[in-house]
Design a protein around this ligand. Structure first.
Ligand code: ATP
Ligand code: MG
Length: 378
């Protein structure tokens, strides 16, 4: 993948929330390096990080609908952030509700896609559930890749949206074709378009996973005291011989796989062929981590993948994305805590923790306290 020039880390200088989750109206100014957000349970720590994710991806990582983000009994929410990136200041804004269509602007200019927000602000979000990334199903690992690539590559984001649209439509056709056999005639057209778009997904995913392997291996080695060798392999459609290869050949091989599964798809009424089933396999000393890794190894490998994603953002866009660590440090043992803290020296970071955590003593930076949706800087 092409890489960008080296720039100072991007940062979120100001965030304003109106009727977002449990925040009524709040404006906060942040530290360019480390921001520690503490508070008791259910006070709004995760909600604050969620607002930052929204400002960089246009949507929440926790919900499918924007409605859930609106403060109870309110008509809509507004988020706005001042971001310093590529040596310039930007103001990104999202307005949802009030009986109007969702509106996203950057520097007051309306933008069409979430990629325009990602072109300004990139985030890598890390929460305790991610420590199970290796053991979970393929969908979690695909989400991890998709989330990074959608922020980094507008063409990928567009292809993914198109592929998902085609996939949903084809699934409906397969479901309905027993009653309406005439629909089967429309399948070749869908198959061709899915192969064309699917090849774009494979192009980007294979390159991303290659970089992931390059960055995650030393990270895992360092964190495990050099005892284990981690590698990451991209798993895609069986007929694809070289995922890094030529687009035309990928399309041909995807069509071949679809042909092999034509009758299977009709009889099972499911879309069986295509990169919507992709996965990455994480290996520790050549063995599948999903099957064999211990709890500790799983956590270290997940940590290595997440921190590798941050390095890939840096390599491609030229500056570190902001790192959002939600409760994750308290889940790690002292050795892994220290490892993460050593890694985040450069770049802006937001770390949430509970009051009783002793993390404050480990971190230098600004401390904020959250109580019932109200934030105060200490
Ligand atoms: P924990 O330490 O347990 O993770 P937290 O500080 O991260 O807690 P959040 O997940 O940010 O807590 O949630 C804080 C509160 O926000 C919850 O009590 C939840 O009920 C409330 N909340 C969630 N959505 C909305 C909403 N749309 N409107 C108002 N309040 C909401
Ligand atoms: Mg939380």
């Amino acid at each position: 993948m092409e890489t960008g020039p080296v720039l100072p880390p991007m940062r979120l200088d100001r965030l304003s929330l109106e009727n977002f989750r449990n925040y009524a109206a709040q404006e906060i100014f942040f530290d360019p390096s480390c921001n520690v957000i503490c508070g008791e349970n259910a006070q709004g720590k995760t909600n604050l990080l969620e607002a930052m994710v929204c400002l960089s991806t246009g949507k929440s990582h926790r919900t499918r609908t924007d409605r859930e983000l609106i403060r109870f009994e309110q008509e809509g929410f507004r988020l706005s952030g001042t971001i310093h990136a590529r040596n310039r200041d930007f103001t990104s804004r999202i307005d949802v509700g009030f009986g109007k269509k969702k509106r996203i602007t950057v520097n007051e200019v309306p933008v069409r896609t979430a990629s325009d927000l990602s072109a300004v602000l990139n985030t890598v979000f890390f929460c305790p559930e991610d420590l199970q990334l290796i053991k979970e199903g393929a969908a979690a690992r695909r989400r991890f890749i998709d989330n990074s690539l959608c922020q980094l590559r507008p063409r990928y984001a567009a292809a993914l949206a198109e592929y998902q649209r085609l996939h949903e439509h084809k699934t409906r056709i397969l479901r309905d074709c027993a009653d309406r056999p005439d629909l089967i005639a429309t399948l070749p057209d869908f198959n061709l378009r899915m192969a064309e778009t699917g090849a774009i997904l494979i192009h980007y995913r294979s390159r991303f996973v290659k970089m992931l392997s390059e960055y995650a291996a030393p990270a895992h080695g360092e964190c495990s005291g050099g005892r284990e060798q981690l590698s990451v392999q991209y798993k895609t459609v069986k007929t694809v011989t070289d995922p890094l290869g030529d687009h035309k050949l990928l399309v041909v091989q995807l069509l071949e796989h679809q042909r092999e599964h034509h009758y299977g798809e009709i009889s099972s009424r499911q879309c069986l062929s295509g990169p919507h089933k992709d996965d990455i396999e994480v290996l520790l000393d050549g063995l599948s981590a999903r099957s064999y890794a211990s709890q500790g190894q799983t956590r270290t490998a997940a940590l290595a993948l997440k921190l590798a994603a941050r390095e890939i953002h840096k390599e491609i866009i030229g500056e570190y994305p902001i790192l959002l660590l939600d409760d994750v440090l308290s889940e790690l043992d002292p050795r892994r805590q220290e490892y993460v803290l050593n890694r985040i020296g450069s770049g802006q970071v937001f770390i949430t923790c509970c009051e009783e955590d002793r993390l404050h003593s480990l971190l230098s930076g600004s401390v904020y306290r959250v109580k019932g949706g109200i934030i105060t800087r200490q």
